[in-house]
Design a protein around this ligand. Structure first.
Ligand SMILES: [Zn+2]
Length: 390
């Protein structure tokens, strides 16, 4: 029996509207997954994530952060990440590979895994496919990511090839360790799910930086190993945006049609819509939460910086087309005041609106694909964004 089910209900060009059924609920795709780095989607309560305003069906947890703090013993003792944080909808965890990669000079990569210094206490730690799978089993997430190696955006062909080969070997080790952990019931989230195995699902990751030949090889090798879903990793890491879209356009349509396709760590609302047009089903990004904390709002008419003096007496909501509770109640003038006085509510309200905007954009995307109007939605969405506000 399978760990999850996925089927496409409607396709419009390469854009797909489908349903992903995990052991913790049904997720309509294309879907945006808010990032819950250290067991919290920063600045927002779980009740709000579940509210009709947002209605996030799945969020992310970061293996690296949770492994270092509070550590897997604490999460295991709590009965898994869902119970620890009080969230019973679906959870996807990354492998920690990307966070360790972002440490740059602080890490050392070998065949066995990656040695690095913890950013928390400076201690020497070691992350490998086996350790990552063990941590993700302890977290009990519903979707687990393989431990991969990410080549820099401008990596040479030779350097990228080495990285892709290592990623393939690590993907095989990830799958072997994952299967054993499922047999051992190490997954804290194991539960009876009707028509599903109740075990965790495992996604493979295709790498290859900006080299299309290596991207294809990496995808083929990943598909040959066989996973429940497939991701495109290593994009939005400093490469040109046009190159990012070239890679997505080339790789996404080659990915298995009957499995979910996940573009990791991307991007802005327009990136999401453009990637959907190229065949991607799942997204995550820290932008709505991170930018919310620094005073930047994403709106249907482009980005809006709440610090700007022009909003001092502005009685309009952040986004006149948004129906979220922040836009229904508060003015730009008030939100600017909160931000300028350093009130924590400024971050909370902007984060709420930004998440509402991302999630609502994806609702619009899904509806337009279902009704065969996606090209029109895409055109109007892009035109409106250019109209902007600032
Ligand atoms: Zn809003």
């Amino acid at each position: 029996m399978r760990a999850l089910r996925f089927h496409i209900e409607r396709q419009d060009g390469e854009a797909r509207a489908g349903v992903l059924t995990t052991r913790r609920g049904r997720i309509e795709t294309p879907v945006f997954m808010p990032v819950g780095t250290a067991g919290t989607v920063k600045g927002i309560r779980f009740e709000e994530l579940e509210s009709t305003d947002l209605d996030a069906k799945i969020i992310l947890g970061n293996t690296y952060h949770l492994w270092l703090r509070p550590g897997i013993d604490v999460i295991r003792a709590a009965g898994g990440l869902h119970r620890f944080i009080g969230w019973d909808r679906a959870l996807l965890t990354d492998s920690g590979g990307f966070q360790v990669w972002s440490l740059g000079a602080l890490r050392k990569i070998s065949e066995e895994g990656t040695e690095f210094r913890s950013h928390v206490d400076g201690s020497l730690r070691f992350l490998s496919p086996e350790v990552s799978m063990e941590v993700q089993a302890a977290l009990g997430s519903d979707i687990v990511m393989v431990f991969d190696e990410c080549a820099p955006g401008q990596a040479s062909h030779e350097e990228t090839e080495r990285s892709v080969n290592l990623t393939t070997r690590w993907a095989k080790r990830s799958k072997a360790a994952f299967n054993q952990l499922q047999l051992d019931r190490a997954d804290t989230g194991h539960l009876e799910a009707k028509d599903l195995s109740g075990t965790q699902a495992l996604f493979g990751i295709a790498q290859g930086a900006g080299h299309l030949d290596l991207r294809r090889i990496s995808l083929d090798e990943t598909v040959n190993i066989g996973f429940d879903g497939y991701a495109i990793g290593g994009l939005s890491v400093g490469e040109e945006k046009s190159l990012m879209f070239d890679v997505i356009e080339d790789v996404a349509p080659r990915m298995p049609k009957d499995a979910p396709r996940y573009l990791m760590g991307v991007g802005t609302p327009e990136d999401l819509v453009e990637a959907v047009a190229r065949g991607v089903d799942m997204f995550d990004c820290v932008l709505p939460t991170r930018n919310g904390r620094t005073g930047q709002a994403f709106t249907s008419r482009g980005k809006l910086n709440i610090k700007n003096a022009q909003w001092v007496n502005d009685s309009r909501p952040l986004d006149e087309s948004c129906r979220c509770s922040v836009c229904r109640r508060h003015t730009r003038a008030y939100l600017r005041h909160l931000h300028m006085t350093g009130e924590m509510l400024a971050s909370i309200l902007l984060t709420h609106h930004n998440l509402a905007f991302f999630l609502d954009t994806m609702r619009g995307v899904r509806q337009s694909i279902r009704s065969g109007d996606f090209p029109k939605f895409r055109r109007e969405f892009t035109e409106r964004l250019g109209a902007n506000g600032e």
